[in-house]
Design a protein around this ligand. Structure first.
Ligand code: HEC
Ligand code: HEC
Length: 264
C-alpha cells in the first residue's frame, strides 16, 4: 500500500503517479489487488505443458495445437524422435529460455524458472519423444565460418544455391520452392532475418553439412559439397539478411529545429 500511495517510496525511479485517493479507497483498492492471483503456479511439467504449450504444440505434442494453421513456421512436432534426439538439451533449454527468434516460439524466461523449463522439457521427452535419449553423434564443424565474407564468396555461394537448394528453398530462398508443399516441416525461409541473424555459423554449418534429422533437409557432404562450398553458401545466406548500412546523414537537410533559418 505504501507503494501505491507514494510509488517512489518503494521504487525510486517509479513513474507511477501519486493518486489523490482517500485512505479508505487506498485500502479497498489494495485489498482488491492483493486478492488477485499473481503468476500462475504449476505443480509439474505436465501442468506447465497443458497450461502454456498445448495451444501450439497440441495435446499429443505433434505440433497441431489449435493455432498451428496460422503459424509460419509451424510449431515443432515434438513426437519426432529422430529430430528431438539429434539435438542436445542445451539447444532446447536455450529455445525455451529465449524463444526461437523469427518464429512464434516465445521466450519463457520471465514465466518459468530454470527448473520449470527443465521439468517441461523432461515431460516432452517422456510423453512425446518416448524413445530414450541417444548419445549425440560427434560432429566436426567450425565455430565460425572459415570462409571470409566477400563478394566472390557470396557469388560462389549463390551459384551453388541456385544449382542445389531452390527445389525446396525456392529461387528467392524464401522457403517456397516447387517441392516445398509436400514437405513437413516446411523448408526454412532463409530470408527470415530474425532467425538467420540469430543462428550461429556453427548451427548453419552443422545443418548444411549433416542435414537436419527428422526433416527433408539433406546432408550436403553426402552430395559432395566441401567445407569451402558450405562456407560460401553461408556467406550467400547471410548476404540476404544483412542489416542495411546506416544511411549517411543528409548534409542538405537541417538536423535540429534550432538550425533552421527562419525566413520571412
Ligand atoms: C505460440 C506458439 C507456441 C507456444 C505457446 C509454444 N511453442 Fe514451442 N515452438 C513453436 C514454434 C513455431 C516452434 C518452431 C521454431 C522453429 O521454427 O525452429 C517451436 C519450437 C519448440 C521446440 C524446439 C526448439 C528448437 O530449438 O528447435 C521445443 C522443444 C518447444 N517448442 C517446446 C515448447 C514448450 C515446452 C512450450 C511451452 C512451455 C512451447 N514450446 C510453447 C511455437 C510455440
Ligand atoms: C529436399 C528439400 C531441401 C533441400 C534440397 C534443401 N533443404 Fe535446407 N531445409 C529443408 C527443410 C525441410 C528445412 C527445415 C528443417 C527444420 O525444420 O529444422 C531446411 C532447413 C535449412 C536451413 C536451416 C537449418 C537450421 O539449423 O535451422 C538451412 C541453413 C538450409 N536448409 C540450407 C540449405 C542449403 C544451403 C541447401 C542447398 C545446398 C538446402 N538447404 C537444400 C529442406 C531442404
Amino acid at each position: 500500500m505504501d507503494h501505491f500511495k507514494e510509488p517512489r517510496s518503494r521504487i525510486p525511479d517509479s513513474i507511477m503517479p501519486v493518486f489523490g485517493f482517500s485512505e479508505a479507497d487506498y485500502r479497498s483498492i489494495t485489498a482488491y489487488l492483493s486478492s488477485r492471483k499473481t503468476a500462475p503456479t504449476f505443480k509439474n511439467g505436465e501442468e506447465i505443458y497443458k497450461g502454456l504449450c498445448v495451444r501450439c504444440h497440441g495435446d499429443k505434442g505433434d505440433g497441431k495445437g489449435v493455432t498451428y494453421l496460422y503459424l509460419d513456421p509451424a510449431p515443432r512436432d515434438l513426437t519426432k524422435a529422430s529430430f528431438m534426439n539429434s539435438k542436445p538439451d542445451e539447444r532446447f533449454l536455450k529455445s525455451l529460455k529465449e524463444g526461437v527468434p523469427g518464429t512464434s516460439m516465445p521466450p519463457w524466461e520471465r514465466v518459468l524458472s530454470e527448473d520449470q523449463r527443465k521439468e517441461v522439457l523432461a515431460y516432452v521427452f517422456q510423453n512425446f519423444v518416448k524413445e530414450p535419449r541417444q548419445p549425440l553423434k560427434e560432429r566436426k564443424v567450425p565455430e565460425t565460418n572459415p570462409v571470409a565474407f566477400s563478394p566472390e564468396s557470396v557469388s560462389a555461394g549463390e551459384h551453388i544455391f541456385l544449382d542445389r537448394c531452390t527445389g525446396c528453398h525456392g529461387r528467392k530462398a524464401d522457403g517456397k520452392g516447387p517441392n516445398s508443399l509436400d514437405i513437413s516441416p516446411r523448408p526454412r525461409n532463409l530470408r527470415n532475418s530474425a532467425f538467420i541473424n540469430n543462428a550461429s555459423d556453427k548451427r548453419l554449418f552443422t545443418s548444411i553439412t549433416y542435414g537436419v534429422e527428422g526433416t527433408a533437409m539433406p546432408s550436403w557432404t553426402d552430395y559432395g559439397l566441401t567445407q569451402q562450398d558450405i562456407g560460401n553458401l553461408i556467406n550467400f545466406i547471410r548476404s540476404l539478411n544483412r542489416k542495411p548500412a546506416p544511411t549517411p546523414p543528409d548534409e542538405k537537410s537541417p538536423k535540429l529545429t534550432s538550425q533552421l533559418r527562419v525566413s520571412k
